[in-house]
Design a protein around this ligand. Structure first.
Ligand code: KIV
Length: 270
């Protein structure tokens, strides 16, 4: 059963998020511009400027060609729109392949945008990158499980945590990231049992996407949850609006009005 919850009025900080584990479910959505960030602000604790924008807004087949410049540009726009949500910039593919490059690019995030944290994909093999970022005062959101930036090297999107060995490996990833200093971990595309084991193994919040209802919070891509992205609908997405249908209906109404000369009417004319 859905409950009525109050708007989030106060500025959300890393401390707010840390304190929510085991107390209250954390909400996060993606946003890529000021207009929608302003609409989402106050409704969710965190906004992710995800590299998913490469697919949903640039029309590419995967996230791999997103660039640091694009992520900075869109994060600046989101920061202009959202005032209370904690904003996270998703570090694009290739922008954190060495500790030096990661620090250089994440530093740009803090110097050129008002985002409070960056997100990087990877488990134990990337813990040394997280460590160097956190040692350089850059807050990091981890991302384990199904990692879209590994799409080509993994040969497709693969659901994780299907057996005890993989669950143990995911738990190791989460523990390594926590030790390296992440403030929370996105857990994507894993079996519910795996998400539960990960969530129980760490003292920081886990934010699920396609991980069942056992994580400390949830994140969804806004164009999926509002039905604007029609190329495909992943099983884990709940659609809260029929966005594409409503836009088409609105445009049909506009076309009919213009062609019939009902618009502009006297009311909308100087
Ligand atoms: O890029 C993105 O939107 C993401 C979410 C799917 C977590 O990484």
């Amino acid at each position: 059963m859905s409950i009525h919850t109050p708007k989030i009025e106060k500025k959300v900080t890393l401390t707010t998020i840390a304190k929510m584990k085991g107390v209250e479910a954390i909400t996060m959505v993606t946003a890529y511009d000021a207009l929608f960030a302003q609409l989402f602000d106050g409704e969710v604790e965190m906004i992710l400027v995800g590299d998913s924008l490469n697919m949903s807004f640039l029309g590419k087949e995967d996230t791999l060609s997103a660039t640091m410049d694009q992520m900075i540009y869109h994060t600046q726009a989101v920061c202009n729109g959202a005032k209370s949500a904690l904003i996270v910039l998703d570090m694009p593919f290739g922008s954190y392949t060495s500790p030096e490059l990661a620090v250089k690019n994440a530093t740009r995030c803090y110097q050129e945008t008002n985002a409070q944290a960056v997100k990087i994909e990877g488990g134990k093999e990337r813990a040394h990158i997280v460590e160097v970022l956190t040692q350089n005062s850059i807050a990091v959101l981890g991302h384990i499980g199904l990692m879209p930036q590994f799409l080509r090297s993994d040969g497709g999107y693969k659901i994780r945590g299907k057996d005890a060995e993989d669950i143990a490996s995911l738990v190791e990833d989460a523990i390594a990231l926590e030790k390296a200093g992440v403030f929370a971990i996105v857990v994507e595309g894993v079996k519910k049992e795996a998400a539960k084991a990960i969530t129980d193994a760490v003292s920081i919040p886990t934010i699920g996407i396609g991980a069942g209802n056992v994580t400390d919070g949830q994140v969804l891509v806004w164009s999926d949850m509002f039905g604007f992205f029609e190329a495909f609908k992943p099983k884990f997405v709940k659609q809260y609006m029929d966005g594409a249908k409503q836009i088409r209906q609105g445009l049909e109404n506009y076309r009919n009005d213009v062609k019939s000369r009902e618009f502009p009417s006297e009311e909308t004319t100087y």
